[in-house]
Write a protein of this length. Structure first.
Length: 370
């Protein structure tokens, strides 16, 4: 029996005492992180928020097996928030759609979550009316004609059903109940509410596709309400993507159980705690980047060097820098790349790694003196 078939669905319960210490720890961590961010100053705070929003969009799609170009995502978010960044590039319709949904959920977190708003989010995710090559119902609940909504795995003929959502004829009433609860249950801690909302929405599974991404956007909206700010400094989706297998196991376990959500909420709080802890690392990276540029700008570098340093500071940059990679990224000759590298090395901006000849490579310094 699925959770939504239980007689007490959706009368959720949980052991508040069992969650008290975890919730208190999360609230402390959130407050400490927000306090640190407030002390950064406008530009650095905006950079940290841009990094987090970019990660949130990219990782929420990655959970569903869709790989977005981080540079397109970053550029789209920056344009919509009026942030001037170097190297902006055009974004695809897929990227623009999920960015639009994510920003609407977090930047306008205090506005009511309505049926029409969810339909707008869904339309933004599927601007062509198709999921891949399959035509789907867009900006409306899934219909009876599409048959049962099941989450399955395995080869044809040997499928394993992990979950079956409520039938289409139940959706209108189910969603009315959910939406009324989301905007009116002020007696529930917003962090707990985020965990419940995520599970509840993904269990109803009201759309033909996009339910996971919308569920995570709803959770982010609840967390923005918990923080009382539209600026995002930690990414739940990025942490869920890291723990993807465990995430799906926890969902399936709860969806096969009763409306007692203690186990689910315990895992959710743990996952969120790890997301906030990771954000403190991001804060360290932002501060490192600021101090590095403060040091460099005492004697400015050329545009090629600026481009390369910025690329090496990006979250997705892998490996080290060498002459051929520099030349390719900066679109210059190997001789010019070598001269630039030698100048950066002489200034202490590049540190040469062990090895010579073709294996010669460089990294940025591990720390910058204040």
């Amino acid at each position: 029996m699925w959770i939504h078939e239980q007689s007490d669905w959706p009368d959720f319960s949980w052991d508040a005492k069992a969650l008290t210490s975890k919730l208190a720890d999360i609230r402390h961590r959130q407050g400490r992180l927000l306090g640190k961010m407030e002390g950064l100053g406008f530009e650095l705070k905006r950079e940290a928020s841009l990094r987090t929003l970019t990660s949130d969009v990219v990782k929420s799609s990655a959970i569903e097996g869709e790989n977005l170009n981080p540079e397109e995502v970053r550029s789209s978010i920056a344009r919509r928030l009026g942030i001037d960044i170097a190297g902006m590039i055009p974004a695809s319709r897929d990227v623009e759609g999920i960015v639009e949904m994510m920003l609407d959920s977090t930047q306008k977190f205090s506005q009511p979550l309505t049926r029409e708003r969810l339909f707008d989010w869904h339309a933004a995710l599927f601007p062509t009316g198709r999921s891949g090559m399959q035509k789907i119902t867009v900006a409306d609940w899934r219909t009876i004609e599409t048959g049962p909504m099941q989450v399955v795995s395995g080869p044809v003929g040997k499928e394993k059903v992990h979950f079956e959502a409520p039938a289409a004829e139940r959706l209108e009433k189910e969603m009315q109940t959910f939406l009324a609860w989301f905007d009116n249950s002020d007696d529930i801690d917003p962090v707990i509410k985020a965990g419940i909302a995520h599970l509840w929405f993904v269990t109803i599974h009201p759309f033909d596709d996009g339910n996971g991404r919308i569920a995570r956007a709803i959770a982010d909206m609840a967390l923005a309400r918990a923080d009382g700010t539209r600026e995002r400094f930690y990414s739940l989706s990025a942490q869920i993507e890291t723990e993807r297998k465990h995430y799906y196991n926890q969902l399936e376990k709860q969806q096969r159980a009763t409306p007692d959500l203690t186990d689910w909420l315990s895992w959710f709080l743990d996952c969120l705690g790890r997301a906030v802890a990771k954000a403190e690392t991001t804060l360290g990276n932002v501060l490192f980047k600021a101090r590095l540029w403060d040091s460099i700008n005492q004697r400015p570098v050329n545009e090629r060097q600026r481009l390369i340093i910025n690329r090496m500071l990006e979250d997705g940059f892998e490996g080290f820098m060498n002459t051929s990679k520099y030349a390719r990224l900066a679109k210059c000759s190997n001789d010019t790349a070598l001269r630039d590298i030698q100048e950066l090395k002489a200034r202490g901006v590049f540190i040469q790694n062990p090895g010579r000849g073709r294996s010669t490579s460089y990294r940025l310094p591990d720390q910058i003196e204040r």
